[in-house]
Design a protein around this ligand. Structure first.
Ligand SMILES: C[S@@+](CC[C@H](N)C(=O)[O-])C[C@H]1O[C@@H](n2cnc3c(N)ncnc32)[C@H](O)[C@@H]1O
Length: 367
């Protein structure tokens, strides 16, 4: 069959055999392949490539010698522009099929500043003196000289590691710190370093700029929900110094770090739904920023967000399917409308999709 597109789940290529959808790892749009069926599910098949009969125009030779074996990069064999087209398709399909929403504006998908060497941290698996990543869908170790998506600093530091440093360890993490130094952390990670942080430093700057540019009014108050250690809160506080700003986050360690960075923000450690349920409605024009983990927002969070009646919501998501579900709940009863959606690539060479969406109170859009 011919591969038509790439899917979000596992980044597999999608083809059709006798009209039945089949998902196949390691394929690219336009590839003509012979495949073996490995699983029959009620509504689709799963398969593996037996032979690439004719490579499609999107296929390229991946620069990394272990691409295809290592579990890190599912799309390195796909031209970067096509990766972006496929991510945009995944995002549009999710919004159309799950939420049945057509945004007023689709903004152009933002490529990453660099498609390689962007990750500011990696986790190395260690087994009997060997180090590497796990293979896709297994715990087999794949050794490598350098990782093509890790920042070069991490590769350099990895090359300096001596066997004696790694004795008795099963896993280590290498991470570029805020001061630019590389930290090497053993399994029992430094809790400070284990806090959530964006893995792509350059694209994180673009995300922040895009978030700020999406706000075209001066809010009296801002609620940054799922704020982590204040990655988005701090630039918001700088841009809107007169606004009353609240940051809410489950991780107490993240909140403690955020407090040290900006004592002027009202930081609150706790579950977003629970914290919001204890808050009286805020007065004036408000902005709510949502940046939940992959599972998206609990229904109670959506109810509480609606209860606060913000003028604008900016939803940052790393999962188009849970985002689409939450967007549908937010726009219910025409309370909010999706003003704009923009994908941005945080994770080149993988199927992961990051996006930023602006929703406006429906009355503001029509007035
Ligand atoms: C995608 S991260 C975003 C962090 C931050 N906005 C940033 O840009 O670095 C999601 C954050 O939500 C937090 N979180 C997860 N579940 C939560 C909950 N129920 N209530 C509050 N925070 C939660 C996680 O600890 C994590 O820091």
């Amino acid at each position: 069959m011919t591969i038509e597109s790439l899917s979000y789940f596992g980044g597999r290529g999608v083809g059709r055999h006798d009209g039945v959808v089949i998902f196949i790892h390691g394929t690219a749009p336009g590839d003509r392949v012979r495949a073996r069926v490995t699983a029959c599910k009620p509504r689709f098949l799963e398969g593996e490539v037996v032979e690439i009969l004719e490579p499609g125009p999107a296929r390229r030779a991946p620069p990394c010698p272990v691409a295809g074996r290592c579990g890190g990069c599912s799309w390195q064999h796909v031209d970067y522009s096509v990766q972006i087209e496929q991510k945009e398709k995944i995002l549009r399909d999710a919004l159309r099929k799950i939420a049945k929403i057509q945004p007023l504006n689709w903004r152009p998908f933002l490529k990453a500043p660099s498609e390689f060497h962007y990750r500011n941290r990696i986790q190395l698996q260690l087994r009997n003196g060997r180090k590497g990543f796990f293979a896709a869908r297994s715990h087999d170790l794949v050794e490598f000289q350098k990782c093509w998506i890790a920042e070069e600093k991490l590769n350099a530091r990895m090359g300096e590691l001596r066997d004696a440093d790694l004795q008795g360890l099963r896993r280590i993490e290498l991470a570029v710190q805020m001061d630019g130094d590389v930290a090497v952390m053993a399994e029992e990670r430094d809790p400070e370093a284990a806090l959530f942080s964006q893995v792509n430093t350059a694209q994180n700057h673009v995300l922040i700029q895009t978030l700020i540019a999406a706000i075209d009014f001066t809010p009296d108050w801002i609620l940054d929900l799922y704020c982590g250690a204040g990655n988005l809160t701090l630039p918001l506080a700088e841009k809107f110094p007169q606004a009353k700003i609240f940051g809410v986050e489950l991780s107490r360690a993240s909140i403690e770090r955020a407090e040290r960075r900006h004592p002027g923000v009202k930081w609150q450690a706790g579950d977003v739904a629970r914290v919001l349920s204890t808050m009286a409605p805020l007065k004036g024009k408000g902005l709510i920023v949502l940046d939940p983990p992959r599972m998206g927002c609990a229904p109670e969070v959506i109810d509480q967000v609606r209860r606060q009646s913000p003028s604008q919501i900016v939803y940052v998501s790393c999962n188009p399917t849970t985002f689409a579900r939450d967007a549908e709940r937010l726009v219910a009863n025409a309370r909010f409308a999706v003003d704009s959606v923009q994908g941005l690539d945080m994770f080149p060479q993988t199927e992961h999709v990051e996006l930023i969406c602006s929703l406006r109170a429906a009355t503001l859009l029509t007035s």
